[in-house]
Design a protein around this ligand. Sequence first.
Ligand code: SAH
Ligand code: DHB
Ligand code: MG
Length: 235
Amino acid sequence: MTLEKWTEVDEYLENSYLPEASEFDWLLEANRAADLPPIDVSPAQAKLLKLLVRSSGASRVLEIGTLGGYSTVWMAQGLPANNPAAKVVTLEIDAAHAKVAKENFQAAKLTDRIELQMGSADALMKKLISQSVPPFDFVFVDADKESLSLYLELVLQLTRPGSLIVFDNVVRQGEVTDQQSTDSRVLGVRAFHGILQSDSRLDATAIQTVGRKGYDGFAFAIVNEADAVSLSRKS
Ligand code: SAH
Ligand code: DHB
Ligand code: MG
C-alpha cells in the first residue's frame, strides 16, 4: 500500500463524511501560500478532533503547536455553542506561523473562540500553571516531538481527572520501534511512549494511522482520579 492509495481513500472519505471540510479549504491554501510546512492534520483527523472535543463536552481546550491553525479551527467547531466562554487556547513558538494563524482566525471569525499565545510552549504552560488557570478539559499536543515527555508532565498540571489528551505523530512512519534511531524526534517519541505506558496517572492507548499525511499515529490518554498516594502527598 502506498501514499497514493491512502490519499485516494482519504479523498473518498472526505467527499462522503466531510462535505463541511471544504469550508476550511481556504485555510489550508492560505497556509501553503504562506509557505508553512504541510504538516497540518488531515481533514478527517481534524474532524476526529472536533468530535472528541464534542463528545468530551470540553469548554476549555489547549493546543500545543498551532502552525496555521487548521486543527485549531476544527477543534473550535466542537465547543458548546451555548457557552460563550468556551475557547481554544493555542500555543505557537514561530512568529511567522502565529501571524498566519491569527489572520486565519480573523478570516474564520473565530477570534472570540480562539486565543493564540506566542512563545515556547513549555514557558507558556509554566506561566499558565503559575496563574492557576481553570483546568483544560481537552488537550491536543502537536509541537516539537523532542519535548513530548516534558509536555506530558506540564499538561498533567493543567488538566483534571477525566481530561482527554491527544498526542499527534507518535508512530513516525514506524520509526518508533527503531532502537538504533538517532533522529531526535524519534528519540523524543520513544521516551514519551515509555512514560505514557507506565504512568499510573493516565489511562492511555495509541493507534497507527495511514492517510494523505502518510503513516503515523495518535496517542490518547485520560487523566485518572488522583490515587491515595498523591492525595496524601498533597495534604
Ligand atoms: N496543530 C497544527 C500543526 C502543528 S505543526 C495543525 O494540525 O494544523 C507543529 C507546530 O509546533 C509548528 O508550527 C511549530 O512551529 C510549533 N512548535 C515547535 N516547537 C514549539 C515549541 N517549543 N513551542 C511552541 N510551538 C512549537
Ligand atoms: C512533523 C510534525 C508534525 O506535527 C506533523 O504532523 C508531521 C511532521 C515533523 O516535525 O516532522
Ligand atoms: Mg502533527
